[in-house]
Ligand binder design. Structure first.
Ligand code: AHR
Length: 350
């Protein structure tokens, strides 16, 4: 249901110049705008990526773009997201946007939204529901593909550096268990490890959070003296992991043959790319958080009754300073590797 709000703007204080006399001109400008009411349940604020994603959504769904955004941060808790969606239904919003913390557990509340005839757009991670008509569209990243790109790069790196597959001793610092981004990236690594004969020593979740990742890495370093690759499922984890590596008297870098631990990361947020420039993150696969504009267009179309694409994948890049690999092929698709410079980083939006 579309709602109409009347915004009355009183524009006062026109100063007439020229005659030396100040005159106040009052003008009443009344106009009617068709504003779309949107309830957005954001899963949390756990990472730099998430903060950039929230900013993108808020700026794309702003009043000056004819949206009235009701925003809720669920602090990584699914029950809070469910409560927020129920509240949006009571408030009779025109559309609900959901960035779900994990994939499962959404059937009941999304059915309630459907019964209330409120379209739902899912963004970032996916929902795993029995009936996919419970949501109208999804916008986000291909997380499995991101993981495959990282693994293909690692394979090429090992070949170029003369490292045998069985000499790669990898640990996986996973994201939030059950999140599509975790499932895709973890699966890509475990499949690639099995295909290539790499040793995947352990996979441990750290909820995409820097402090937790640091603690997890400290434990892993105590347990395994031979780790030479850490696959961090986001940049904040990579930053925590690098702190743990350095505090243990080791180095994060691209020269495994000389004892460096190679750190692979995802997101390509500013904080992560700074570490790429410092040579501490060897590869950063982008996960693009700037999804607001795409979501805004979907909402406009859906609320106007138009048909929309069910799935939209956001474009992403790959960054490194290791300049022996400029392109890779993952799952038959070719990807450029951007050799990162300060200038490139300065030109990025997040
Ligand atoms: O689902 C996307 C992931 O969630 C991003 O990689 C991570 O930084 C975020 O918290």
């Amino acid at each position: 249901m579309k709602k109409y709000i009347i915004l009355t703007l009183l524009i006062v204080l026109g100063v007439l110049a020229g005659c030396g006399k100040k005159e106040e001109v009052a003008k009443e400008d009344v106009y009617v705008r068709n504003v779309i009411n949107v309830g957005f349940s954001q899963l949390g604020a756990e990472s730099d990526w998430r903060v950039a994603n929230t900013e993108s959504m808020k700026s794309s769904l702003s009043l000056d773009k004819d949206f009235n955004l009701l925003f809720d941060d669920a602090q990584q808790k699914q029950d809070k997201q469910i409560m927020a969606i129920r509240k949006f239904i009571q408030q009779e919003v025109d559309c609900i946007v959901l960035a779900p913390v994990t994939e499962t557990g959404w059937d009941t509340v999304l059915k309630e939204a459907k019964d209330a005839k409120i379209p739902v757009i899912v963004t970032d991670r996916m929902v795993d529901v029995e009936d996919d008509s419970l949501y109208t569209a999804w916008v986000g990243s291909d997380f499995f593909k991101e993981g495959r790109i990282a693994c293909e790069w690692l394979k090429r790196y090992a070949e170029l550096e003369g490292i045998e597959p069985s000499e790669l001793n990898i640990v996986d610092i996973q994201g939030t268990l059950g999140a599509t981004s975790q499932i895709g990236r973890s699966n890509a690594l475990s499949e690639s490890a099995a295909e290539n004969g790499w040793k995947l020593l352990e996979s441990v979740p750290a909820d995409y959070a820097q402090t937790k990742a640091k603690e997890v890495m400290q434990q892993l370093l105590r347990k395994h003296s031979d780790i030479n690759v850490v696959y961090c499922e986001n940049d904040n984890e990579a930053i925590g992991v690098i702190e743990a590596i350095e505090e243990a008297g080791k180095t994060a870098g691209s020269d495994i043959n000389s004892g460096d631990i190679l750190v692979i990361s995802f997101d390509a947020a500013h904080s992560g790319l700074n570490m790429v420039l410092e040579g501490k993150i060897a590869l950063d696969v982008e996960c693009n958080p700037l999804q607001g504009e795409e979501v805004a267009w979907l909402i406009r179309d859906v609320t106007a009754g138009k048909d929309v694409e069910k799935y939209t994948y956001i474009e992403e890049s790959v960054f490194s300073t290791y300049d022996k690999i400029n392109g890779i092929v993952a799952d038959k698709q070719a990807f450029d590797v951007t050799i990162l410079t300060q200038e490139i980083l300065d030109g990025r939006k997040y």
